[in-house]
Design a protein around this ligand. Structure first.
Ligand code: FAD
Length: 475
C-alpha cells in the first residue's frame, strides 16, 4: 500500500475513535489533515465519556468482586473502603493519559487540530467556531463527518438534570446515590449499573423487553442475569418507564408493564441508558446533498461516501453497531478511499462486548439471528464447568459456544459469557473473518490451562470429540 494521497486536503469533523483514526490514516497516506473537535485532544465519546472511563471503573468493580469472593480461597480482605474522590481522580487520570497520547500522535503526524465545532457551508468548506470564541473557515478537497452520537432521552421526559443522568453524568461519579434506577438493560445500563452497585448503590434495572441485553443469545444472558441478580436490588423486565418527576431530593418514577407491582416508585437518581442518537443537527447538512435515512443516521455507501461526493461520514453517525472499533475501521476505510485506494468497508463480522461480570461477547451470526432467519445451524456449547482455567479462578459459570454451518462446517459466529469474554472473542472474530472451519479451530493447539481452550473444545464438541465433555455428536 502506498502513501499516495497527493497532498489532497481533508477536514475531519469530530475526533472520536472514528474521526481521529480517519485523520491519522489520512495523514499516514500523505493527505493534509485538519481535525476539529471541542475537546482538548482527540478522543471523542469513547476516550472522554464512554469506553475508557467506563472500563476504568469496571476494572475497579472486578477488583471489588474478586476480593469479595476470595473467602473460599482463604483470603479475607475485609470490607472495602472506597475513597470516591481518589477513584474519580484515578479514572480521570486514565482519560487524561489516553487523550494526551492521541494529542501527541496528532502532532507527530502534523494533523492540524482545532478545538471547536464545525459546520458545513458546502461540500468542501467548514465554518469553525473555536472554543476560544474565534471563527475561521477551512477549505478542503474532502470532508469526513464523524460527529458521533449522544444519549437518547425517554420521549417527553427530562434528561441531564441534577438527578436524571445520561451516561456522561453517570461517569462523573458525583456521588453514590442510595437508590439508583437504571432505565435500559443493555450494555451501557448494565455496565454503569454494575459500577454503582459495586460502589454501594442499591440499583434497579428496568428493561422494556423480556430479557436483558435484548438481541443477545438467551443462554449467555442467563449467566449474566444470575450474577446480576445477586449484585442488583432488582431487575424489572417488560417494564417501561412512562414518566419521571424530579423533586428536590428524589425522582418519582411511573412504571408500566404487566409485571409491575408498584407503578409509582422513588429513587435518589435515575440513569437513562435507552440508546443513542446520532449527532446530525447543527452540522450544516442542509448546505449539502448529504441524506439522512428514516433511522436518523446519515446514508453512506460501502465506501462511506454520502450523497455529496466530497463528503464522507463514519462511525455512530452512520448506523449500527454503535461501537468504537466499527467507527475506527470505517474511518480508516474512508481515508483510504479519499487517498484513491480501491477499498470498501465490508467486514464479515464486528464483535460486541458487554463488560459486566461476567462479560458477554458475541461475533458473527448469533443463535437468535439464525432462528429469526430460519437458518439451520449447529450450536456447539462448551460449559466452563469443564474448564481447568475457569476452575482455578473459581468461576465455572461461563459458556463458550460456536455457531456452525452444519453442511460446510464453517464457523459462522461465536458467543461467550464469562470473565475475559471480551478478550476471547477476538479468536472467534478471526475465525469468522477468515472463514475458518470448525476443524481449523479444533486442530489449533491452544495453551493449557487457559480460557481460550474453551473455544477449541467448543469446536471439539461439534464433532462429539471434546476431551472434557462426553456428548456424542447428534446425527
Ligand atoms: P464519538 O466518539 O461520539 O466522537 C464524536 C466527536 O465529535 C465527539 O467528541 C463530539 O463532541 C464531536 N462533535 C460533535 N459535533 C461536532 C461538531 N459539530 N464539530 C466538531 N466536533 C463535533 N464502544 C465500544 O466499542 N466499546 C465500549 O466499551 C464502549 N463503551 C461505551 C460506554 C459508554 C458509557 C458510551 C456512552 C459509549 C460506549 N461505546 C463503546 C460506544 C463508543 O463510545 C462509540 O461507538 C464511539 O465513540 C463512536 O465513535 P465516533 O468516532 O463515531 O463518535
Amino acid at each position: 500500500m502506498s502513501n499516495d494521497g497527493n497532498g489532497a486536503r481533508v477536514v475531519v469533523v469530530g475526533a472520536g475513535p472514528g474521526g481521529y483514526a480517519a485523520a491519522f490514516m489520512a495523514a499516514d497516506l500523505g493527505l493534509q489533515v485538519t481535525l476539529i473537535d471541542a475537546d482538548p485532544n482527540p478522543g471523542g465519546t469513547c476516550l472522554y465519556r464512554g469506553c475508557i472511563p467506563s472500563k476504568a471503573l469496571l476494572h475497579v468493580v472486578k477488583l471489588l468482586h474478586e476480593t469479595k469472593h476470595a473467602g473460599v480461597m482463604g483470603l479475607d480482605f475485609g470490607q472495602a473502603k472506597i475513597d470516591l474522590d481518589k477513584l474519580r481522580d484515578w479514572k480521570n487520570g486514565v482519560v487524561a493519559q489516553m487523550t494526551a497520547g492521541t494529542g501527541q500522535l496528532a502532532k507527530m503526524r502534523k494533523v492540524t487540530y482545532i478545538q471547536g465545532r464545525g459546520r458545513l457551508l458546502n461540500g468542501t468548506t467548514v465554518a469553525v467556531t473555536r472554543l476560544d470564541g474565534g471563527q475561521e473557515t477551512v477549505s478542503s478537497d474532502y470532508i469526513i463527518l464523524a460527529t458521533g452520537s449522544r444519549s437518547a432521552a425517554i420521549p417527553g421526559q427530562p434528561l441531564n438534570t441534577a438527578r436524571i443522568m445520561g451516561s456522561t453524568a453517570a461517569l462523573e461519579l458525583a456521588d453514590i446515590p442510595e437508590r439508583l434506577l437504571v432505565v435500559g438493560g443493555n450494555y451501557i445500563g448494565l455496565e454503569l449499573g454494575s459500577v454503582y452497585a459495586a460502589l454501594g448503590s442499591r440499583v434497579t434495572v428496568a428493561e422494556m423487553m423480556p430479557q436483558l441485553a435484548p438481541g443477545t443469545d438467551r443462554d449467555l444472558v442467563r449467566i449474566l442475569a444470575k450474577r446480576l441478580g445477586q449484585d442488583l436490588e432488582a431487575i424489572w423486565l417488560n417494564t417501561k418507564v412512562a414518566a419521571m418527576q424530579e423533586q428536590a431530593d428524589r425522582v418519582q418514577v411511573s412504571l408500566e408493564g404487566d409485571q409491575v407491582e408498584q407503578p409509582q416508585q422513588e429513587f435518589d437518581k435515575v440513569l437513562v441508558a435507552i440508546g443513542r442518537v446520532p449527532n446530525t443537527e447543527d452540522l450544516g447538512l442542509e448546505n449539502t446533498k448529504v441524506e439522512i435515512g428514516p433511522d436518523r443516521f446519515i446514508k453512506v455507501d460501502q465506501q462511506l461516501r454520502t450523497a455529496e461526493p466530497t463528503v464522507f461520514a463514519i462511525g455512530d453517525l452512520v448506523g449500527q453497531p454503535l461501537l468504537a472499533h466499527k467507527a475506527t475501521h470505517e474511518g480508516r476505510t474512508a481515508a483510504e478511499v479519499i487517498a484513491g485506494h480501491k477499498v470498501a468497508f465490508e467486514p464479515q463480522a464486528i464483535p460486541a462486548v458487554i463488560y459486566t461480570d461476567p462479560e458477554i461477547a458475541s461475533v458473527g451470526l448469533t443463535e437468535t439471528e439464525a432462528k429469526a432467519q430460519g437458518r439451520r445451524v449447529a450450536v456447539a456449547r462448551f460449559s466452563w464447568a469443564a474448564s481447568g482455567r475457569a476452575t482455578t479462578h473459581g468461576r465455572n459459570d461461563g459458556l463458550t459456544k460456536l455457531i456452525i454451518d452444519p453442511d460446510s462446517e464453517r464457523v459462522l459466529g461465536m458467543g461467550i459469557a464469562g470473565p475475559g469474554a471480551g478478550e476471547l472473542i477476538a479468536e472467534g472474530t478471526l475465525a469468522v473473518e477468515m472463514a475458518a472451519l470448525a476443524k481449523d479451530v479444533a486442530l489449533t493447539i491452544h495453551p493449557h490451562p487457559t480460557l481460550s481452550e474453551t473455544v477449541m473444545e467448543a469446536a471439539d464438541v461439534f464433532f462429539g470429540q471434546s476431551t472434557h465433555v462426553f456428548r456424542p455428536k447428534r446425527g
